[in-house]
Structures are given as structure tokens and as C-alpha cells.
Design a protein around this ligand. Structure first.
Ligand SMILES: C[S@@+](CC[C@H](N)C(=O)[O-])C[C@H]1O[C@@H](n2cnc3c(N)ncnc32)[C@H](O)[C@@H]1O
Ligand code: SF4
Length: 393
């Protein structure tokens, strides 16, 4: 075997590994109303949002989550729910606490999810002043019938207005979420939707197939939708169109014309993140190489009562090597670039040879391609990620 290969095959000893980059996820759990397809930890907002109490809870939680941590923060993501229901002052308060405790790196990416229908131009201006430098707008569709069928609180006009306002406020990094395979939508409809979004020229598009998540009203009473073949045709046609419009696909659902989402890239590359807020997940690697996952209480009221104490943590689990391998593959195979060998060994503590041995059946089935320093899903494998992972479970 080549000497260089042997060197990086072994898991690095304590103290030899490069520090895994650190992100922070902040969950803001309320929405104006609950969409019938959504299984995120989001809840219909009460008449008066307990905004101050929730931010106080987040700050207490932050003290606990960041205990014994010294790494500066590379990216922050305010997700929901509908974070744009919170005032820019609250967002600034949270960012200030993060910065005070660990420091935000100079080029820190700070993303906030916003829903059309909950924001206006002055709000975007104030969010930018608070430090947010990337917006993610939940557009979902630019067709009023589809938006109506999705139970959204906004129509096409508000969605286009939100994009224009975000651009006018100077958000150079702007993501728009668009879904396809929507109730009543055919191939032509999906392409018209995409074309309307492309005309707005966002730097980043997340293109999601509508999935019927267990426990949601759509799962219970599925709306009439295109069949699997038609949905595959939509994705293929959209991929071609996005490519020709200058967007490059770097993950199954993520297309960038300008910058990629560094926050999501950190998840997909098995980076670390501290998660604060109701139901937030975190993953942290300690200096001795142990990797720990944590989950917070899901219900906002219970979370607010317990934040900052051990009672707010409903799961605290140390990952085995096999867990780390599985999770790294679960995310890494979604990336076009796949998984990098040095990063894999450093971040999982696992051996490259063990990974290759586990993937052998998928390599033989032409679902996974390997090279000396990468593994990645093949063109065909991208459509069968679940089968690849099932081999490992
Ligand atoms: C945390 S959600 C919410 C963002 C924001 N609250 C909104 O809805 O505009 C992030 C994105 O996930 C996508 N999403 C949510 N539920 C989905 C589902 N069942 N199928 C496909 N995509 C979904 C939507 O595109 C959504 O914008
Ligand atoms: S607005 Fe977004 S987070 Fe809230 S229920 Fe709808 S899809 Fe879910």
C-alpha cells in the first residue's frame, strides 16, 4: 500500500485532529398557522408571542450548550417555524450573546428563514442591521392555486414582493425554497413555476419534492398529485433548466448560482453544531474524539420552563463508530462532491478501509463510486440513497 494512504487510514490520535468547524442552529418554533404538509417542530403562534420569555430561555440554553466550548462560530442559522415573526431586536440580542461567549468569525454566515406574508422592507433592513447576511425565503410556489392548496398564508404577489424587498434591502445571499410535485401540478406547471422564480434571479435555490410526512394532514388525506414517473420527469427537466441558468447542484436539493449554504455544507460534511431552542438538535466533537448528540425538549412551553437546565435535554447520546459512519454517509452522499477521505477519518474517527468495506455491495451495484480520496453516490446512486444506507443499517 502507498505510504501516504497508510498515514491517513488510521484515525488520528488525540490532539492530532484539526478542530471540526462549529455552527450554531437557533430554533424559533412559531408560525402564523400550521401548513398541512409540514412535520417540522412548528406550532401555531398564540395571540401574543412570548418573544421576550423565549429569547431569555434561548440565552439560558446558550450558556448550557456552549459550556467548555472554545471554538469560534463559523455559521449561524435561525430556522423554524417562522423566525421572521421575531423582531430584529431579539435576533440582535441572540447574536450578541453568541458573539460574547465564543465569537463569530469575521466572515460568519448568518442565515434567517423568512416567510412571505410576515415581512416587509423595513423588517429586512433591520434584520440586516442586526447582523443577518443571508435570507432563506419559503416561496414554495409562485402559482396561487398551488399556494392555496398548500395552505400557505401568502399568494404569488406577496412571494414576489418578499423577493424584491429582500434584494432591495441588499441581501446578496438569498435562498428561495421552491417545491415541486404539488397538488394539481403537472410538468408544464412545475416548469412555469421554476421559470417565474428564475426571472427573480436569486443566488441560491432549494428545490424540494413535496413529501407526505407521517402525522401530517396531507399524509392522512393525500391530495391528488402527479405520479412518481411524472415527478421524476419534473426533477430532470428542472435540473437541466437550473444548469442552463447557471446554477450548480451541489447537493440533492441545493443549487447555487452565487454562494453555497455554508451552514448546510457543515451539516453535510459532518461538522459540529450547537442547537438551541425547542426541539433543536446539536452534535459536538470533544477533544478526546468522542462525538455527542443532544436534543432539546420539543414543546415550546416545556422548553421555556426548563431551558438552561439538564431537564431541557431529552436526548444525550454518544455516537459509536458505526453511528458516526452511518450519519456521515447519510449526509455526505447527498453532496455532489461526496465524502473526502481526510475529512472522514478526522471527523468520524473511523478508518477509510472500514468505510470502503461497508460500501462494497453498493460499489458492486454501481450505486457508489470510489477514488483514492473520495466516495460519492453515482448518477444512478443518487436516486437510490435509501438503498445504499439500508445496506449499512
Ligand atoms: C423549516 S421549513 C420552513 C421555512 C418557512 N417556515 C416556510 O415555510 O416558508 C424549510 C423548508 O422545508 C420545505 N418543506 C417543508 N415541509 C416539506 C415537505 N413536506 N416536503 C418538501 N419540502 C418541505 C419547504 O420548502 C420549507 O420552506
Ligand atoms: S410556515 Fe414553514 S415551518 Fe411553519 S408550518 Fe408552514 S412549512 Fe412549516
Amino acid at each position: 500500500m502507498h505510504a501516504a494512504e497508510t498515514d491517513i487510514d488510521a484515525a488520528p490520535a488525540h490532539g492530532e485532529r484539526d478542530a471540526t468547524p462549529l455552527s450554531v442552529y437557533v430554533h424559533l418554533p412559531w408560525c402564523v398557522k400550521k401548513c398541512p404538509y409540514c412535520d417540522f417542530n412548528s406550532h401555531r403562534a398564540p395571540a401574543k408571542l412570548p418573544e421576550t420569555a423565549y429569547v431569555d430561555a434561548l440565552l439560558a440554553d446558550w450558556q448550557l450548550a456552549s459550556q467548555d466550548e472554545i471554538r469560534p462560530i463559523e455559521t449561524v442559522f435561525f430556522g423554524g417555524g417562522t423566525p421572521s415573526l421575531f423582531s430584529p431586536n431579539s435576533i440582535a440580542r441572540i447574536l450578541d450573546a453568541l458573539d460574547q461567549r465564543l465569537g463569530l468569525v469575521g466572515h460568519c454566515e448568518i442565515t434567517l428563514e423568512a416567510n412571505p406574508g410576515t415581512t416587509e422592507r423595513p423588517h429586512f433592513d433591520a434584520l440586516r442591521s442586526a447582523g443577518v447576511n443571508r435570507l432563506s425565503l419559503g416561496i414554495q410556489s409562485l402559482d396561487d392555486d398551488c399556494l392555496n392548496a398548500l395552505g400557505r398564508i401568502h399568494g404569488r404577489r406577496e412571494a414576489l414582493g418578499a423577493i424584491a424587498d429582500a434584494q432591495a434591502a441588499g441581501f446578496a445571499e438569498l435562498n428561495c425554497d421552491l417545491m415541486f410535485g404539488l397538488p394539481g401540478q403537472d410538468l408544464a406547471g412545475a416548469m412555469t413555476d421554476l421559470e417565474a422564480l428564475l426571472a427573480c434571479d436569486p443566488g441560491h435555490i432549494s428545490y424540494y419534492q413535496l413529501t407526505l410526512e407521517p402525522g401530517t394532514p396531507f399524509h392522512l388525506r393525500p391530495p391528488r398529485r402527479a405520479d412518481d414517473d411524472q415527478i421524476a420527469d419534473m426533477f430532470e427537466a428542472a435540473s437541466e433548466r437550473l444548469n442552463s441558468a447557471g446554477y450548480s447542484q451541489y447537493e440533492v436539493s441545493a443549487w447555487a448560482r452565487t454562494a453555497r449554504s455554508r451552514h448546510n455544507e457543515n451539516y453535510w460534511r459532518f461538522g459540529d453544531y450547537l442547537g438551541i431552542g425547542a426541539g433543536a438538535h446539536g452534535k459536538r466533537t470533544f477533544a478526546d474524539g468522542t462525538i455527542v448528540r443532544e436534543v432539546r425538549q420539543r414543546w415550546p412551553t416545556g422548553y421555556m420552563h426548563s431551558a438552561g437546565s439538564a431537564a431541557s435535554i431529552v436526548e444525550h447520546r454518544q455516537l459509536s463508530r458505526a453511528d458516526a459512519r452511518f450519519e456521515c454517509l447519510l449526509n455526505g452522499l447527498r453532496r455532489r462532491q461526496g465524502i473526502d477521505r481526510t475529512e472522514y477519518v478526522e471527523r468520524t474517527g473511523d478508518c477509510w478501509k472500514t468505510l470502503l468495506a461497508c460500501l462494497q455491495p453498493s460499489v458492486e451495484a454501481s450505486l457508489v463510486d470510489t477514488s483514492p480520496c473520495h466516495v460519492r453516490a453515482s448518477e444512478r446512486g443518487w436516486y437510490f440513497l435509501d438503498s445504499i444506507l439500508a445496506e449499512l443499517a
